[in-house]
Design a protein around this ligand. Structure first.
Ligand code: ADE
Length: 228
């Protein structure tokens, strides 16, 4: 799978893309992430990619031409399944969307900044708009990383244990059961006996029951969705 991220702050993306799971996915050649600096497509010597909003008002607006040039250059090389714009007014990202997007071949993620991007860039190129939650961040870079991480870890072979992505919270509309590691006794606080029992069926039942109980307590809405 290939993901192209368009941004005016490429440095912001460097570290998260070169560590941990996203690094491993790229090292294993299961995922290619290319970061493009929109200033390289500005078409002017000042590398300016924003301008004042027509009609006035606070904040600058990202110009349509650099975005158009960059997307067209990419689309001339290969076809893309989706051009995704990260924006607080998009559809709220969830595990189901991550699952769906992890099956795609080529994705463009467009990170906005300033007051927003010229509406024509959205109308002409964007096929999907995604928000990572009901709060406003200072740009689309962190949301682009969130989406890349959520998708990347689902690509088969990326996680060591193939089953571990499937047992994540939300994969089955249930939160995760608690987990423990050594020591079995920390200052008198003991790991539940069942986990030390070596009895696989009892452990599985306990985990399921804990997951259900936690979901009922914290996120009853997930159980309602399941029934509905
Ligand atoms: N850009 C700014 N805030 C955002 C959010 N919550 N989700 C996606 N993109 C954004």
């Amino acid at each position: 799978m290939r993901i192209d991220i368009l941004t005016c702050l490429p440095q912001l993306l460097e570290s998260p893309l070169s560590h941990s799971i996203l690094r491993r996915a790229q090292d294993k050649a299961l995922l290619e992430v290319h970061v493009h600096d929109l200033r390289d497509y500005s078409g002017n010597k000042h590398r300016q990619i924003d301008d004042y909003p027509y009609g006035g008002g606070a904040g600058m607006v990202m110009k349509v031409e650099p975005i158009a040039r960059c997307i067209r250059a990419l689309q001339a090389e290969r076809s893309y399944d989706e051009v995704i714009f990260l924006t607080p007014d998009g559809a709220t990202f969830n595990q189901q969307m991550a699952n769906e997007l992890s099956l795609k071949q080529n994705l463009i993620l467009l990170a906005g900044h300033y007051k927003g991007i010229d509406q024509r860039a959205r109308d002409l190129f964007v096929t999907r708009e995604i928000s990572i939650g009901d709060y406003v961040l200072s740009g689309g870079e962190l949301p682009a990383l969130v989406v890349t991480d959520a998708i990347g870890r689902l690509i088969p072979g990326v996680l060591g244990d193939e089953s571990s992505a499937l047992s994540d919270s939300f994969q089955d509309q249930l939160l995760d059961a608690p987990v423990y590691t050594r020591p079995a006794d920390f200052e008198g606080h003991r790991v539940p006996d069942v986990l030390l029992s070596g009895h696989a069926k009892k452990i599985e039942d306990w985990r399921e029951e804990q997951a259900l109980e936690k979901t009922r307590r914290r996120r009853p809405d997930l159980l309602d969705q399941e029934e509905g």
